[in-house]
Design a binder for this molecule. Structure first.
Ligand SMILES: NC(=O)c1ccc[n+]([C@@H]2O[C@H](COP(=O)([O-])OP(=O)(O)OC[C@H]3O[C@@H](n4cnc5c(N)ncnc54)[C@H](O)[C@@H]3O)[C@@H](O)[C@H]2O)c1
Length: 254
């Protein structure tokens, strides 16, 4: 694991930090000495992980939030800044979808729900965090998009793909608007990733079949994305702004 001493003491808020990629991000930012706010709607898992990080000597706390609700987001950012005295890095990792429906079958309520979680939630978190990030010496926004926002994926949801494409473009606008304040904004577009949730939904044969279509012949692990997050948050990436970083083993290249 690369070491980024400059992350020591930085305040990092991670949405979706109770599980999957976000949980690995919380662990690894804490391992770098960052003070971590685990912003998640799921109380038990987020509180348990925060307690684990604190027991290991880190500074971490769960901040309860529904990222699709404006008042909840504003309260969460206020809690983060009150607890840690500011905010340096915002990682928007909460997202996903549960139903694979084509456009003709999709009820408008399902479309709205997926957009609210993946795109509106990211917008609300960024908007609420901007004043605190402006006060930071090294403000960073890292938005987790998806390969589904980069190309049409047969086994994805059209609403999810549209939301994640929106996240990528929203990130470019953030980069444009916030660059003058020394805040960078970049997105990461992961391919299917072997989180515990994803692994439980697929047989080893299905995983092998998916891996066969990827040049690197394996699915991503959460740490592949977290390594990209740490680097984007570090001083080494201080001139990287508005980029959408494909972390997909070469599955989609343009
Ligand atoms: N896992 C993959 O294969 C994969 C692939 C491409 C992109 N992604 C993206 O990566 C990110 C993380 O994915 P994952 O599979 O690790 O997720 P996950 O499903 O394991 O975890 C999502 C987390 O978000 C939280 N959450 C859900 N709704 C919320 C809300 N309204 N407010 C606050 N928190 C909420 C959940 O409680 C959970 O802790 C997502 O944005 C996802 O779209 C994942």
């Amino acid at each position: 694991m690369a070491a980024y001493p400059e992350l020591n003491g930085r305040v990092v808020a991670i949405t979706g930090a109770a599980s999957g990629i976000g949980a690995v991000a919380a662990r690894e930012f804490a391992a770098q000495g960052a003070r971590v706010a685990l912003v998640d709607i799921a109380r038990d898992d987020a509180e348990a992980l925060a307690a684990e990080l604190v027991a290991a000597g880190g500074a971490a706390r769960h901040v309860h939030c529904d990222i699709s609700d404006e008042a909840s987001v504003q309260a969460a950012i206020a809690q983060v800044t009150a607890a840690f005295g500011g905010l340096d890095v915002l990682v928007n990792c909460a997202g996903g979808y549960t139903k694979m429906l084509n456009i003709e079958q999709m009820p408008v309520e399902e479309f709205d729900k997926v957009i609210a979680l993946n795109l509106r939630g990211t917008f609300l978190m960024c908007k609420a965090a901007i004043p605190s990030l402006k006060a930071s010496k090294a403000g960073r926004i890292i938005n987790i998009a998806s390969i589904s926002g980069r190309t049409v994926h047969a086994t994805s949801s059209p609403a999810y793909g549209a939301a994640k494409a929106g996240v990528i473009q929203l990130t470019r606008f953030l980069a444009w608007e916030l660059g003058p304040h020394n805040i960078t904004a970049n997105s990461i577009a992961p391919i299917t990733t072997l989180t515990p949730r994803v692994a439980a939904l697929r047989t080893p044969e299905q995983v092998e079949q998916m891996a066969a279509s990827i040049p690197l012949r394996r699915l991503a692990e959460p740490i592949d994305h977290v390594n990209a997050m740490l680097w984007l948050a570090s001083d080494a990436a201080s001139y990287i702004n508005g980029v959408s970083l494909d972390v997909n083993g070469g599955r989609v290249m343009f």
